[in-house]
Design a protein around this ligand. Structure first.
Ligand code: MRU
Length: 361
């Protein structure tokens, strides 16, 4: 029981008895199998990882950041073997081999900025090693160390987000959440659900209401699975029940995650987040966004510039012989004005001031 009962969502698994430079896989929870079965997918190539990202076997912004970081390392292991004379070549040859693959990986899904961020963090280490004149092997070793470091930082950040967010909640809080911004969306612990887990550990949480999250059902399948496994009292509801629950006075706070936060505090998150924020504003329920600073995209002035992924019509309706025109954006943008606070690992910020969280990073 408790959050420690949850699996690691995505991990680097060395197969060479050392750090993985000589062979490795990325092990991830196969999220399409949940809640029926807890299965793992041992991913051994970049193409396989891109497939896992696009079919939502691994999803959620911070988990995608780790997938980006580990994906570059995985491609590096293969490049070292096939194109860099087993590692004795210069790091510059490894960087040259990985540049196009890194671009392909970063583009696997467009909305969560963490994917690009994770790719960039590791490519930066490889380029620095190349400028130093390192061998390809030494460069890859440094890259793997960086990716492993990002996984540790992910958990630390989530625990800090949890502590900052729990402090915002009243005793006996009833929290409503949307999609899955839990441990399954990160390396471990969760962002919005990190707040829930911290409040639960402090004896402050009474109940969580999880939106089903049409069309893919991340709330019904993933949030309910992980909250139940952690022993957190929770109830599932259809998305269209949220406003009525607020009207009945059953919700003390809404806490959601984010896929990208623009400089003015506009937030892209799972489709259905925006109407939830409108309902919360109408009913005077505080609406919080919980996300690590890696989700902030200071290069975008506002949410209008956030690329929104459109997905297959069959996620909405899948009936043989019936193929209506379907509008299926996977994310929407919540205006900063509807957000009471953005909870990051560096504290809680007013949306308009969220870029301050990046100072000194
Ligand atoms: O399409 P998904 O499942 O990747 O969408 C995930 C979300 O929208 C989450 O709420 C968001 O990534 C925050 S996860 C901590």
């Amino acid at each position: 029981m408790g959050v420690e009962a949850l699996p690691r969502t995505i991990e680097w698994v060395p197969l060479d008895g050392a750090d993985g430079v000589g062979g490795a896989m990325v092990r991830l929870v196969e999220q399409r199998a949940l809640p029926a079965r807890l299965e793992f997918w041992g991913v051994r190539s970049l193409d396989e990882l891109i497939e896992a990202i696009q079919c939502l076997a691994v999803r959620g912004a911070p988990a995608l950041g780790l997938a980006g970081a580990y994906g570059v390392c995985l491609a590096g292991v293969i490049a070292l073997r096939d194109a860099c004379s087993g590692g004795e070549a210069a790091a510059s040859s490894l960087v040259a081999a990985l540049e196009p693959q890194a671009r392909r990986l970063a583009a696997a899904r467009p909305t969560a900025v963490n994917l690009v961020w994770g790719v960039r963090q590791v490519m930066k280490v490889l380029r620095t090693a190349s400028h130093r004149g390192d061998t390809a092997r030494a460069a890859l070793r440094a890259a793997i160390a960086r990716a492993e470091g990002l996984a540790r930082e992910d958990e630390e950040a989530n625990r800090a987000i949890g502590a900052h967010g729990a402090a915002l909640l009243p005793q006996g809080a009833r929290v409503l959440t949307h999609c899955n911004a839990g441990s399954l969306a990160c390396g471990f612990y969760g962002t919005a659900l990190g707040v829930v887990y911290a409040a639960f550990e402090q004896g402050k949480l009474a109940h969580v209401y999880a939106d089903e999250t049409r069309p893919v059902g991340q709330g019904a399948r993933l949030t309910m699975w992980e909250l139940s496994r952690a022993g957190v009292p929770c109830t599932l509801q259809c998305d269209n029940m949220a406003a009525s629950l607020m009207a009945a006075g059953q919700v003390d706070a809404v806490v959601v995650g984010a896929d990208r936060i623009a400089a003015n505090g506009d937030v892209a998150n799972k489709v259905g987040t925006y109407p939830l924020a409108i309902a919360a504003a109408y009913h005077g329920v505080p609406f919080y966004v919980a996300a690590p600073t890696s989700t902030i995209d200071a290069s975008l002035a506002d949410g209008a510039g956030i690329p929104i992924e459109h997905r297959d019509a069959r996620e909405v309706i899948d009936v043989d012989g019936f193929a209506p025109d379907v509008f299926n954006p996977a994310f929407d943008v919540t205006p900063a004005a509807l957000i009471a606070g953005v909870v990051t690992e560096r504290g809680v910020f007013q949306p308009a001031e969220v870029v301050r969280a990046l100072e000194g990073r």
